[in-house]
Design a protein around this ligand. Structure first.
Ligand SMILES: [Zn+2]
Length: 143
């Protein structure tokens, strides 16, 4: 996906953030464990807020990793919740993305002919951005 979309309206900030992360991809950032976007944060698999409480909870999880690289969006979406495995955590991140972008996922498909029929301007930019963002989102959910 080429980050050459001029988005307007509600996607403006997301597109800008997405384009920035695509640039970072060329700078050697690891992929987000949950969605594959360049990871700009470290996700604590056992949330730091819970670490101190594990003994009192009589809990000593055996996890594959203490931390994984994560994009800010997945990391934020997971929040300070604990999951029993990285697979569960990944599914929770995907659930978060599906909820957050439900309207984008459910957007009707546009054919090239329909898109070509639109006059140049705000609506056409909006639809083009939506199509590209949905394709990117679906890639993230297949990661
Ligand atoms: Zn992610």
């Amino acid at each position: 996906m080429r980050p050459d979309i001029t988005a307007t309206g509600p996607f403006r900030y997301w597109v800008r953030d997405w384009q920035r992360r695509l640039r970072w991809q060329g700078e050697g950032l690891e992929p987000c464990y949950y969605c594959g976007l360049p990871a700009d944060t470290i996700d604590h698999v056992v949330p730091q807020t819970l670490l101190d409480r594990l003994p009192e909870l009589h809990c000593s999880p055996t996890l594959e990793a203490d931390t994984v690289p994560a994009c800010r969006e997945c990391n934020t979406g997971l929040g300070p919740r604990f999951y029993n495995s990285l697979a569960e955590r990944k599914e929770a991140a995907h659930d978060y993305l599906r909820r957050r972008y439900r309207k984008l996922i459910e957007m009707p498909d546009w054919s090239d002919a329909e898109l070509a029929d639109l006059a140049d301007g705000h609506l056409k930019n909006y639809v083009r951005a939506s199509i590209a963002l949905r394709a990117e989102l679906l890639r993230r959910l297949r990661w």
